[in-house]
Design a protein around this ligand. Structure first.
Ligand SMILES: CCCCCCCCCCCCCCCC(=O)SCCNC(=O)CCNC(=O)[C@H](O)C(C)(C)COP(=O)(O)OP(=O)(O)OC[C@H]1O[C@@H](n2cnc3c(N)ncnc32)[C@H](O)[C@@H]1OP(=O)(O)O
Ligand SMILES: CCCCCCCC/C=C\CCCCCCCC(=O)OC[C@@H](O)COP(=O)(O)O
Length: 279
């Protein structure tokens, strides 16, 4: 029986106390633990924000205007992580017509740079798997994100051809990561051609976006994630009017060259280095 004035601590409470002491200590001592916590919180926080977004977006149904709501809800995350984002080239976004945005893809953190500059009525093309990422997938679907099955090229191509028509019919802009997958290597993978076919089919300009390397504050392999700064450049539009499918490879190569040069310059790398294409 518990005596008056004394308090017994149960095993559960001891475990809780230990966890409350150990977690902050581990967080400070171990960069890996810190990385894992930060990434878990990143994903968890987005899933939670999506819970908030879903009923608001559902009022309109599936609609690209809902992307503004997601953007608004996600914009603060850079402050939580102490990531400063410096954008230059806003004037290159002043087009009234639809366009295709192409940008480099280093990590899921790209979402921060993307939300910083995402133009109105602009939807990303995403891998189909994202649709099944719980609440985040549903929020993406409600905001009109275009899902493609990367394993079925024909299906992906037909979704993108449909997107070309939607762009023109409904005045929509599309954001594509032409590397087609995340690239943690501090360079740029060869580009897939879908984004360029899309722009040529719709006869709309391409706007290249470059986000500088995260190497100073984030490295998945090393499990390192600190505060830091990312530079984002919106490059001048590249016209596609008059181009046909035969010109797509050259178009893709020239845009990639321009983006890689900007990436190396922003990331403080020598201009000859680290072109994954020239291996
Ligand atoms: C508050 C709560 C928030 C919740 C949360 C919010 C988050 C809200 C933001 C979400 C943000 C998501 C961000 C996700 C980011 C990714 O998911 S990135 C991964 C998905 N995206 C991509 O893959 C896009 C890039 N991929 C492509 O464009 C690829 O070309 C395709 C279409 C997938 C095809 O893939 P592939 O077969 O591997 O590639 P490829 O060699 O380029 O093409 C094969 C042939 O088809 C031809 N081809 C390709 N495309 C076409 C085309 N459209 N027409 C005709 N021919 C074509 C090519 O030219 C090539 O022919 P050849 O030139 O060899 O003769
Ligand atoms: C009940 C199911 C719960 C599922 C939990 C999933 C957790 C996901 C939580 C939040 C989603 C955050 C949305 C981040 C959007 C970033 C998208 C992204 O960067 O996708 C990667 C894709 O570009 C390329 O994929 P791969 O590099 O080829 O792989």
């Amino acid at each position: 029986m518990q005596q008056a004035g004394t308090m017994e601590i149960s095993v559960g409470q001891w475990i809780l106390i230990l966890v409350l002491i150990l977690v902050p200590l581990l967080y400070e001592w171990s960069a890996t633990f810190k990385y894992l916590c930060k990434m878990a919180f990143y994903n968890g926080w987005i899933l939670l924000l999506a819970v908030l977004a879903i009923p608001i977006c559902a009022v309109r149904g599936r609609n690209v205007e809902n992307m503004r709501i997601l953007r608004f809800l996600l914009l603060h995350i850079k402050y939580l992580y102490g990531i400063k984002i410096e954008v230059r080239g806003w004037e290159n976004f002043s087009l009234k017509e639809p366009y295709v945005v192409v940008s480099n893809h280093q990590s899921e953190l790209d979402l921060l740079g993307m939300m910083e500059i995402l133009p109105n009525r602009c939807v990303p093309i995403a891998k189909r798997e994202l649709m099944y990422a719980g609440t985040a997938g549903l929020a993406c679907w409600l905001a009109g994100v275009i899902f493609i099955n990367r394993k079925k090229t024909d299906d992906a191509i037909s979704v993108m051809s449909e997107a070309a028509q939607t762009m023109l019919r409904e005045d929509v802009r599309v954001w594509v990561f032409p590397e087609g997958t995340r690239n943690h290597d501090g360079s740029m993978l060869p580009f897939k051609r879908g984004a360029f076919h899309l722009a040529v089919q719709a006869q709309v300009p391409i706007i290249p976006i470059v986000m500088s390397s995260y190497k100073d504050f984030y490295n998945k392999k090393e499990r390192r994630f600190t505060t830091g700064k990312c530079m984002v450049r919106i490059l001048p539009k590249v016209e596609t009017r008059g181009l046909g499918p035969d010109e797509v490879p050259e178009l893709a190569d020239s845009v990639r060259k321009m983006m890689l040069a900007t990436f190396l310059e922003l990331s403080g790398e020598p201009s000859q280095s680290r072109d994954t294409c020239s291996q």
